[in-house]
Design a protein around this ligand. Structure first.
Ligand SMILES: [Mg+2]
Length: 266
C-alpha cells in the first residue's frame, strides 16, 4: 500500500525569523492583519523572532515600546536597528569625528560610538538618520562636510516609509539623495541591505543564515540583503520595482503577512 506523501512546509527547518517592521508588521500606527498571531505562532513553535528594521528616526526602546503598545510582546533585545550596528561599521573603526544629521533621539547612541564634532569643519564624515524636523541649514551643514571630501554614511537609503492608509513619507534615502545630488558623493548604508547589519543580527540571535529567514516588503533592502548573507527570503505585498539589475528574487512571495505562517507549517 502506498503511504500518502508528506511534504514538509518550505520553511519548516527555519529556527530564526527576522521580520521587517515598516510596511510589513505595521503601517504607521496600524498593525498588519494577523501580525500578533504570526509572532505568537512562531514563538509557540520554538522559533526566535527578531524585528530587523531600518528605522532611523527613533531608538530601540521606542520601537520595542511601540510593538508592546500595539500588542506584540517585545523587548529591546528583540529589535535590531542601524544605530545598533554603527559601532561595527569599518568607517568608524578609528572613531573619527563625525557630523551627525539625524533625529535628537538617537544622537546619544551615535555619540557613544564615535565623537560628534562641534561644527561641520571638524568632521570627517556625515552620519545620516531620518530627521523629520530637518531644515535647509541642516542640509547645508552636512553638504559642507561632503564637499571637503567627507563620506556619507546613511542609516538606510530607503526612498519611502509606508504609513497608514497607503500614505508615504520621505525616507532617509530621500534625504541622502538630496545630499548626494548636491555633492556627487554616494551614500554607504549602515542598515539593510548591508551584510554588516545582517551579520550583526545573526550574531545577536546566535543564528545561522542557513536556518534563518528574512521577511519584508522591499526587494532592495529586505530581500537583497537577506539573500546576500545566505538567508532565505519572503517578500510580503506588492513591492516597488527594484533599482538593482538583476532584480532580487525572493524565495517566497505572499500577498499578506498573515499568509506567512503557512510557509512554516501545513
Ligand atoms: Mg519595510
Amino acid at each position: 500500500m502506498m503511504r500518502p506523501e508528506v511534504v514538509a512546509a518550505p520553511l519548516a527547518d527555519v529556527d530564526t525569523v527576522f521580520l521587517d517592521l515598516d510596511g510589513c508588521v505595521w503601517f504607521g500606527e496600524r498593525l498588519a492583519d494577523g501580525a500578533v498571531d504570526l509572532v505568537e505562532d512562531l514563538r509557540a513553535s520554538g522559533r526566535r523572532v527578531g524585528f530587523l528594521t531600518n528605522t532611523s528616526n527613533h531608538g530601540t526602546a521606542h520601537v520595542a515600546a511601540k510593538l508592546q503598545r500595539l500588542g506584540i510582546e517585545a523587548t529591546v533585545d528583540d529589535v535590531i536597528m542601524p544605530v545598533d550596528s554603527l559601532a561595527e561599521h569599518p568607517w568608524l573603526r578609528e572613531r573619527p569625528p563625525i557630523w551627525f544629521f539625524g533625529p535628537p533621539e538617537v544622537r546619544q547612541a551615535v555619540a557613544d560610538v564615535t565623537p560628534i564634532a562641534e561644527s561641520p569643519d571638524g568632521a570627517e564624515l556625515v552620519v545620516l538618520g531620518r530627521d523629520t524636523h530637518l531644515t535647509y541649514d541642516d542640509l547645508a551643514d552636512a553638504l559642507s562636510v561632503l564637499v571637503r571630501g567627507g563620506r556619507l554614511l546613511a542609516f538606510n537609503v530607503d526612498p519611502r516609509v509606508p504609513v497608514e492608509g497607503g500614505r508615504m513619507l520621505p525616507g532617509t534615502g530621500a534625504i541622502a539623495a538630496a545630499l548626494s545630488y548636491a555633492s556627487g558623493v554616494e551614500p554607504e548604508v549602515v542598515g539593510k541591505p548591508s551584510p554588516v547589519f545582517f551579520e550583526a543580527a545573526l550574531r545577536r540571535f546566535q543564528a545561522t543564515s542557513k536556518r534563518s529567514v528574512m521577511v519584508g516588503d522591499t526587494l532592495d533592502s529586505d530581500i537583497a540583503g537577506g539573500a546576500a548573507v545566505g538567508m532565505r527570503t519572503v517578500l510580503v505585498g506588492d513591492a516597488r520595482p527594484s533599482k538593482r539589475d538583476p532584480s532580487p528574487i525572493p524565495d517566497h512571495h505572499v500577498d499578506r503577512l498573515r499568509e506567512v505562517w503557512s510557509l512554516f507549517a501545513r
